[in-house]
Write a protein of this length. Structure first.
Length: 53
């Protein structure tokens, strides 16, 4: 894990009032490196990952 932070809830849209944790994860292998951003909603049962580079 490269970083982690809490993201303030958005003021409008489908996730109003939902506090979220954002993690930046680095993965390395087979002569490649990738960085992913993972977002988890507080009280939720899953997370969403996105390739950031």
């Amino acid at each position: 894990m490269l970083s982690r932070e809490l993201i303030q809830p958005p003021m409008d849209g489908p996730y109003v009032g939902v506090l979220r944790a954002e993690y930046t994860v680095g993965v390395e292998g087979c002569n490649q490196r990738k960085t992913y951003i993972v977002v988890c909603a507080e009280g939720g049962d899953g997370c969403v990952a996105a390739n950031s580079n």
